[in-house]
Each structure stands twice: as C-alpha cells, then as structure tokens.
Design a protein around this ligand. Structure first.
Ligand SMILES: Cc1cc2nc3c(=O)[nH]c(=O)nc-3n(C[C@H](O)[C@H](O)[C@H](O)COP(=O)(O)O)c2cc1C
Length: 392
C-alpha cells in the first residue's frame, strides 16, 4: 500500500486500521498495545508547546458516540504522545510520534464483520479493497479506508494547529447543508462565535434545528444522508502556493479529497463562477489605506489567485456523500457464493458522516497550509526580491 504520508516539508504519516488489535489480543501485552492508529509528524519546529490534552481536544470533536446523530460506536480515541516532546511539553524538533490505541473492540463486532465479509457493501470501499488485496484484504470495516483512520490525521492536524496558532492562522469548519437544508451565508466571526453550539455544528442556529430534525427522520428510516461542510482559513498571508503543479488549491484539494466520503470541492464561488460573466466574477482590488495593503472588494476567488494565496480568507466547500453502510435493505453480490443477494447492515454506522467529518477537514487544511507556509519560507530565503512586494 502506498500513499500513507501527506505534506512535503511538514509531513504527516499515518498507519492503523479500524479493527487493528481486534485480532491479536495478546494477553501478555497491555490492552493499549493490542493495536490501533499511529501518527508520525515530520518537520515540527523545536519549542512548540504540545500536550496530549491539546491534541485530545481535536480528537474529541471527531470521536463517535457523542450524540444522537452519530454511530453508537464508543471509541475512547485516547492519544498518547510517544516521541518528539521533552521537558515542560516543548517539542524538540524531532518527529512527533503519537499512538491512539483501539481498546474497545468486542469479539462480537469482529464476528459481525466476518458474517458480512463476502457481501459487497454498496458505496463502501470494501469491494475495491477486496479486489486490490485479495485474500489478505482487511475485511473488518474496510481497514485503512475506514473513517477510523481519520483519527490519526486529526492528531497530525492538531500538531499543525499548534504551529499555526503561533503564526496567527486559524482554520475553522462547520456544516452548512444537510440533505438540501442550507444555512445562511456565514462570516468567519459568526462561525467562531457559534462553533459547535449544536450537535451538527451549524453556525446558523435556527437552521441547525431543522437539520437535526431531518437527520433524525432519516435515521428512523434506516437510511443516511449527505451535505456540505465549509472550511475557512483566516489570517493566511499572501504568497503561499506555487503557480503550477503545487497550486495552494491543488495541495489543499489533495488533502481534502483524500478523506473518505468527500466527493466534490469548491474554492470561493466555485461552480457558480461557470455561470457568470468576467465582469461579475472578478474580485475588484483596492488599496486599503488602513492596512497599507491591496485588498479585494469580494472574495469569489476564495483567497487563492493563480495557485497563490492573495491575503483574503481561503474559503472552501466540500460535498460529503451519505454514509454508505445503512440498515435499509439493499441489493448486493455474495463474492463467495457468486450470486446476487440482499443485505441490511445492522452493525454500527453513522446516519450521517457530517457531524464527524468537519474536524478531519480542519486537520487536512491545516496540514496543507502549514506545509505551503514552510515551502514559501524556503523559497523566500533563496529569493532575492525587494521586501516592498511582500508588504503590499
Ligand atoms: C469521519 C468518517 C466517518 C465515517 N464513518 C463511516 C461509517 O460509519 N460507515 C460507512 O459506511 N462509512 C463511513 N465513512 C465513509 C467511508 O470511509 C467511505 O465512504 C468509504 O470508504 C468509501 O470511500 P469514498 O466514499 O471516498 O469512495 C466515514 C468517513 C469518515 C471521514
């Protein structure tokens, strides 16, 4: 399996599966070492205060079993920092290693997956996993393709957050649409003020109640639904990103599209730009006397022009598909008996991935932006241009 690392200079590597540890319960080991998820973060500067409580705060946003809207699966998602941090919780500059043990895997859950293992789960990664890894494929919850893997990224993203906090760059994400119910446009300030004020984390507090009602109705039907998550990166300086293959939008898209269930992305006005005239879609620049900088009257570009950040907020919308594993009866194939059949998954599942995916989006955007910031710093140190361009 390739591609388990993301980022060039600030680089996050993950390993681990949904049910790692469920199969090798070695009684001679502490339960925490049966199996789980690992994260290694390369490129962490020395002198960053980093505690497991700080990382835990991010992980707790993604942890299942917290509300009526997500899976009843109870995972502690407890993180242990195992390297890269020394006295008084300051990073040393060495890679930061983190462990999130899987400690709650009951034997009957494994047996439940074993029962379904020959049935293709519609919409889930298990079929392609089976084709690619053959008889060795991890059939318990689609292994690395499982939503559980994203806990390891969130831990990596929390390390990026610790560095970005020092740079004054803030990344925030929220749910803006559930099964067609849309929230009103949101400023960064409102998103901050109403962050996680309800189970769905929608900053439009009225619409949030409608969304929750709809999710519970769909759950009652034994079905699931999708929606849209928005991400705002605030305080991003100009100059991050490269003009060709490593456009900032391309790097961020790589990070976000690597999250299971994300099926579409828009930067700024996104697809709506396709229906506008040039005079309507262009953001008008102006000289802002207060800051002494060039600003833009609108932000249809979503903070990125020509692949390079323009100093405005980076705004992204991500389309999240409905949770594939549902109790409702669906047609499928039994790959062992080679016959068409029907299936209903009674096991643990989220009626919607939305309440748990936004912290993963925050993590991937943080990693991408910090990595781009390092690249820009590196470029700056070898370039010879007059600093006056920088201050504009
Ligand atoms: C945080 C998170 C939680 C998820 N939980 C589930 C789940 O409970 N059941 C499920 O079938 N898929 C879940 N998924 C989605 C699958 O991982 C994903 O849809 C599947 O692997 C197929 O990949 P694709 O949708 O990107 O093609 C989750 C994804 C994320 C990011």
């Amino acid at each position: 399996m390739f591609g388990n690392s993301f980022g060039r200079l600030f680089r996050v590597t993950t390993s681990g599966e949904s049910y790692a540890g469920g199969f090798r319960k070695n009684k001679n080991l502490p339960r925490e070492l049966y199996g789980g998820l690992l994260t290694i973060v390369d490129g962490v500067p020395p002198g960053i205060k980093l505690t497991s409580e700080f990382i835990q705060e991010e992980l707790d946003k993604r942890r299942p079993g917290q509300s009526r809207l997500d899976t009843p699966r109870k995972e502690k998602d407890r993180v242990y920092i195992i390297s890269g941090v020394m006295e008084d919780d300051y990073t040393t500059g060495a890679p930061v290693g983190m462990l999130i043990p899987n400690v709650d895997i009951a034997d009957e859950e494994i047996e439940n997956h074993r029962r379904y293992k020959d049935l293709i789960r519609p919409g889930q990664a298990a079929y392609t996993y089976y084709k690619k890894y053959g008889q060795y494929n991890d059939w318990a919850g689609a292994g690395r393709a499982s939503g559980r893997e994203t806990a390891a990224r969130v831990a990596g993203g929390a390390v990026a957050k610790a560095v970005l906090d020092r740079l004054g760059i803030d990344v925030i994400s929220y749910v803006s649409e559930v099964h067609g119910i849309k929230c009103s446009p949101v400023t960064y300030e409102t998103a901050k003020q109403n962050y996680r004020k309800n189970e769905i984390n929608c900053p439009d507090l009225e619409k949030a109640q409608e969304m929750i009602k709809e999710l519970l109705r769909i759950k009652e039907e034994g079905d699931s639904c999708g929606g849209i998550v928005e991400i705002i990166a605030h305080g991003v300086p100009t100059g991050l990103g490269e003009p060709v293959f490593d456009k900032l939008s391309a790097v961020i898209a790589h990070g976000l599209m690597s999250i299971g269930a994300i099926k579409g992305l828009e930067f700024g006005a996104g697809f709506a730009l396709a229906g506008l005239k040039g005079s309507e879609s262009n953001d008008t620049p102006y000289y802002d006397e207060n800051s002494g900088r060039v600003r833009f009257k609108t932000n249809k570009a979503g903070g990125i022009l020509g692949g390079i950040s323009n100093g405005e907020e980076i705004r992204i919308r991500a389309a999240v598909k409905p949770t594939p594993t549902i109790p409702k009866i669906q047609e499928t194939v039994d790959v062992n008996k080679l016959c068409n059949t029907k299936v209903s998954f009674k096991s643990r599942n989220d009626p919607s991935i939305l309440p748990r995916i936004y912290p993963v989006c925050e993590a991937m955007v943080r990693i991408a932006i910090l990595d781009a910031w390092y690249m820009a710093k590196g470029y700056r140190s070898v370039s010879d241009i007059d600093h006056k361009w920088d201050t504009l």
